[in-house]
Design a protein around this ligand. Structure first.
Ligand code: HEM
Length: 221
């Protein structure tokens, strides 16, 4: 996701005249959709399809239809329903895994000016060189650091998610499954925090010195 963009002037003119390549934009918006999808599956399973909430509804409806249903049977049916949603979560997880790999490969094929690592180095370099615009340089470095943290977060989500998906394969590491699940679950809050910071950053930048950053990430800039 490349929405916080406080100082986009230096990147404005790349060799091809585009600030963001079409591949990067495609990656950005597809990742945004997939991450929203992943979060929605978690939301559905922790609210509507939480066994505690859905089991009584299932029981009531089946009893209305004349069936004799025990609490255990209703809980099993509720569990199966949330399992269906977890399956969707896993498919979206595979999509996120593919997108992460795509992003890593893309880094090698980006124009030099558009490479993430290059932008980060420039931000770091400007911090020590520029005296007049130290504040701007600092701000830019903070933004780049947040993006780096987000990429690391994605890597953790994908690795822990794959571990949970292929838990049979990782059977020898069964003892850490619980910890892995906790890390995976906890990182969701960091993803949510990133999204919030990202949105606020975009909003403020669009109002101040970075007008047009939203259309840049749509049409390339
Ligand atoms: C932004 C990305 C993601 C978010 C926010 C997210 C969030 C979550 C959360 C909150 C849980 C519940 C954890 C718990 O019960 O303690 C979960 C479970 C799970 N996630 Fe993810 N996840 C993401 C990516 C992935 C990926 C990439 C995969 C791998 C393909 C994956 C596979 C799984 C699996 C297998 C479970 C366990 C489902 C179950 O209990 O049956 N997730 N995820």
């Amino acid at each position: 996701m490349t929405l916080i963009e406080p100082t986009n002037q230096d990147l404005k003119k790349t060799k091809k005249g585009k600030k963001y390549s079409s591949s990067l934009r495609l990656w950005h918006w597809t990742s945004a959709l997939v991450i929203i999808g992943l979060l929605l599956t978690v939301l559905i399973n922790s609210t509507l399809l939480k066994n505690k909430n859905s089991a009584p509804v299932i029981k009531k409806e089946l009893q209305k239809a004349g069936a004799k249903v025990t609490n255990d049977q209703a809980i099993k049916a509720a569990h199966a329903l949330s399992g269906e949603i977890w399956d969707v979560h896993i498919y979206l997880g595979y999509a996120l895994t593919a997108l992460l790999l795509f992003r890593l490969v893309l880094e090698f094929f980006q124009l030099t000016d558009q490479k993430f690592i290059r932008t980060f180095k420039t931000a770091w370099h400007n911090l020590s060189q520029t005296k007049m615009e130290r504040e701007t340089a600092k701000h830019k470095l903070v933004v780049q650091t947040i993006y780096t943290a987000f990429y690391l977060l994605l890597i953790i989500m994908v690795l822990t998610g794959l571990f949970l998906t292929f838990e049979d394969f990782f059977a020898p590491y069964k003892s850490i499954r619980h910890t892995v699940k906790n890390v995976h679950g906890f990182c969701m809050y960091l993803v949510l925090a990133f999204i919030a910071v990202h949105m606020v950053g975009v909003f403020l930048t669009e109002r101040k010195d970075g007008k047009g950053i939203v259309s840049d990430i749509i049409n390339g800039g």
